[in-house]
Design a protein around this ligand. Structure first.
Ligand SMILES: *Cc1c(COP(=O)(O)O)cnc(C)c1O
Length: 407
């Protein structure tokens, strides 16, 4: 190690990584596919058009599921799944607090009560023991989130659901292509929900999809997506509420082209993640999240590691994160606080009338999620995980450079 510490990029020194990591990744096949739809003039129709169905069949097959139904985004997909599961006003839905807002706000949109339970300190995924402890006679659904593309403990979760007759909606918005014991995420619970928003591992700018093996859930979600019409029914015959949640043919062909890249991209991220784990394990004060053997393929929508400020001269996490980003690592300090701290839950605004007074989110505490937000979790973003081995080595070097300067 040099006697003179190197100047950090945040203070005007040279960046550890100069290159940028592109996202989305596309070529003429995407451009030509969209152009052909535009030129063909069939941009959508009440039944969404052939290209939409073609993509749905391909995605269902890729996931090993019987059905797939596209919709406008990965928030509406959660709402479709909840409605199909037959939730009634005041029913409780168990969710993790370390996730994107709509995992829980979709529950409120269905007039149900989100019940936050803590995450596991080694994986940052919902803790099966905490789920079990939170079950009441009003519990209807569990929404495990495969956070960052790391599979939840699905055997334990499905076992709990079976014993308590609950439905499981996998929020796989981070989990396209990733696996649990060789099964694609989203295909294990009663419904799997995905987002195709621009940051996600499979994207058409915006979009979402639900997958299921269940004929009844399929029929309801298909109807809810299409303003309550039923398959084989008349155009002006509406059996269910729902809405127009359909996607366009342009999105569908973009997704079909992107889907061809997904498996190779997922395997590349997975390999880079394993390699980066090996590098970061050797840095004092840095600990990658745990992968069990059940995680046969990790999506690394987010590569997460834990940061221990005491090995960095007490440097606060937010300052470390800013320094790491300045060094050229596409990274971020992650969520500033768990979901239940959001004004929506703390103030229980106008849409929350189905939530009883006994559900007081100011009393909710999930210490593991709080610690992850406050001091521990650092995120490296998925497009960076599509880099080369040399890039993973550079990410580790950037961390060491900061450590050297901070000590
Ligand atoms: C992105 C995301 C969603 C919502 O998807 P949108 O397409 O943005 O509506 C839901 N859950 C999780 C965990 C997400 O990351």
């Amino acid at each position: 190690m040099s006697s003179k510490t190197r100047q950090l990029a945040i203070n005007g020194g040279p960046k550890t990584i100069e290159k940028t990591f592109p996202w989305p990744i596309y070529d003429e096949s995407e451009v030509n596919a969209v152009a052909a739809v535009v030129a063909g003039g069939k941009w959508g129709n009440p039944d969404c058009g052939d290209e939409v169905e073609r993509f749905e069949r391909a995605f269902a097959e890729y996931c090993g599921s019987k059905y797939a139904i596209t919709c406008v985004n990965g928030s509406v997909s959660l709402r479709l799944a909840l409605m199909a599961c037959g939730v009634e006003p005041g029913d409780e839905v168990i969710v993790p607090p370390y996730t994107f807002i709509t995992t829980a706000s979709s529950v409120i949109e269905c007039n149900c009560v989100p019940v936050f339970v803590d995450i596991d300190p080694e994986t940052y995924n919902i803790s099966p023991a905490a789920i079990e402890a939170a079950i009441t006679p009003r519990t209807k659904v569990i929404i495990p989130v495969h956070f960052g593309g790391l599979a939840c403990d699905m055997d334990a979760i499905m076992d709990i659901a079976k014993r308590h007759q609950l439905k499981v909606i996998e929020d796989a918005a981070h989990g396209h292509g990733a696996e649990y014991k060789g099964k694609k995420l989203g295909s294990i619970g009663h419904v799997g929900s995905f987002s195709f928003q621009s940051s996600k591992n499979l994207t058409s700018g915006e979009g979402g999809i639900v997958i299921t093996d269940d004929d009844e859930l399929y029929a309801i979600m298909h109807s809810l997506r299409n303003v309550g019409r039923v398959e084989g029914g008349q155009w002006y015959e509406h059996y269910n509420p729902g809405c127009n949640y359909r996607i366009t043919q342009m999105q569908a062909v973009l997704l079909s082209a992107q889907l061809k890249r997904l498996e190779a991209q997922t395997r590349k991220r997975n390999g880079n993640g394993l390699y980066l784990n090996g590098l970061l394990e050797n840095i004092e004060g840095i600990a990658p999240l745990k992968r069990t053997e059940a995680v046969t393929l990790h999506g690394y929508h987010i590569y997460i590691f834990k940061y221990d400020a005491s090995e960095f001269g007490g440097l606060p996490k937010s300052e470390f994160a800013a320094m790491l980003a300045a060094e050229g690592v596409p990274s971020f300090k992650g969520y500033p606080h768990p979901l239940y701290k959001q004004p929506l839950f703390q103030n229980k605004t106008w849409m929350c009338y189905a939530i009883p007074d006994t559900a007081d989110y100011s009393q909710t505490h999930c210490p593991v999620a709080e610690q992850a937000c406050d001091t521990d979790a650092i995120w490296i973003l998925q497009h960076a995980m599509l880099g080369e081995r040399a890039d993973m080595e550079a990410f580790a070097s950037a961390i060491l450079k900061i450590q050297e300067a901070a000590r």
